[in-house]
Design a protein around this ligand. Structure first.
Ligand SMILES: NC(=[NH2+])NCCC[C@H](N)C(=O)O
Ligand SMILES: [Mn+2]
Ligand SMILES: [Mn+2]
Length: 306
């Protein structure tokens, strides 16, 4: 019997400073995601979109933490709490949760749901480290904070909704970093996180780097969450993102990465949950970034050229 992949749309834009990323889920669906998944040999079931709370007249300061800066944190909490429950329920039904974003703050919910009763490894494909806290964030945008939140760092450690119970720093591996804020840099150096930057990919090649990231994420864990931020790719290939950074992976490197992951998953069966985030159709060119997101997701589930 083929694996059921439950598609959960999360049209979240409270974590980013650019509107439009809330249209990501429909753009990715429109790019034939379901057909791609079927071609990969899994059975897609679409749950539709989570409803988003109305922001208090879109005043980013409402619900601000007592220290630091985290815009729309109350709205992010509301969405992530719901998403976490949905992801946990999907896993409890023996299905695979595939979350479509929306901005990257939604990963606080996917990680929380996936790591509720499970020791979880994470592979984070991103240009950014997303490990700011309200205390360190230069922007106040929560999409730059999801890993800090799920790891219970800083102010997030004082909340009951953000920390993901079964997530440890030492089981998280980044792939493709190239834009890191000063305080994030210090934090990564002082942490047990594993960070593969674009320089590592230049030097060693994408497949070797992904194999190492998977070693980190599978070691001593019961499953792996994959978080795919489309700004991981070079903006020439994936222009429809709110925080583009030049020097990203190419189209071929991206497919090779997800194929490497899926080939190894065929043997070891660790893949547990995934989110695909930061597609912003307003900034895109003829839906090419959403199309790429759909294609890369199919590669992750085993779609092959031949
Ligand atoms: N998921 C993302 N696109 N994150 C971008 C974060 C950018 C920057 N480091 C910040 O914290 O504001
Ligand atoms: Mn990013
Ligand atoms: Mn990100």
């Amino acid at each position: 019997m083929s694996r059921t992949v439950r598609i959960i749309g999360a049209p979240m834009d409270y974590g980013a400073n650019r509107r439009g990323v809330d249209m990501g889920p429909s753009a990715i669906r429109y790019a034939d995601l379901a057909d791609g998944l079927e071609a990969a040999g899994v059975e897609p079931v679409d749950d539709g979109d989570l409803s988003m709370p109305r922001a208090e007249e879109r005043d980013p300061d409402v619900g601000q933490p007592s220290r630091g800066n985290a815009k729309f944190l109350r709205e992010v909490e509301g969405v992530c709490t719901k998403l976490s429950d949905r992801v946990a329920a999907t896993l409890a039904d023996g299905e695979f949760p595939l979350v479509l974003g929306g901005d990257h703050s939604l990963s606080i919910g996917s990680l929380g749901g996936s790591a509720r009763e499970t020791d979880l490894g994470v592979v984070w494909f991103d240009a950014h480290a997303d490990i700011n806290t309200p205390e360190t964030s230069p922007s106040g945008n929560v999409h730059g904070m999801p890993l800090a939140a799920a790891l219970g760092r800083g102010l997030f450690g004082e909340t009951d909704w953000a920390p993901a119970p079964g997530l440890r720093e030492s089981s998280v591996a980044y792939v493709g970093l190239r834009s890191i804020d000063e305080q994030e840099r210090e934090l990564i150096h002082d942490s047990e996180l594993t960070a593969f930057t674009m320089a590592d990919i230049d030097e060693r090649g994408i497949s070797a780097v992904v194999q190492d990231a998977l070693d980190v994420a599978t070691d001593g864990t019961d499953g792996v969450h994959v978080s795919l931020d489309l700004d991981w790719l070079d903006p020439k290939t994936a222009p429809g993102v709110g925080t583009p950074v030049r020097g990203g992976v190419t189209y071929r490197e991206a497919h090779a990465a997800l194929e490497t992951l899926s080939r190894r998953d065929d043997r070891e069966g660790f893949l547990r949950s995934m989110d695909v985030v930061e597609v912003n159709p307003i900034l895109d060119e003829a839906n090419e970034t959403a199309t790429l997101a759909a294609e890369l997701t199919a590669s992750a589930f085993g779609k092959r050229i031949l």
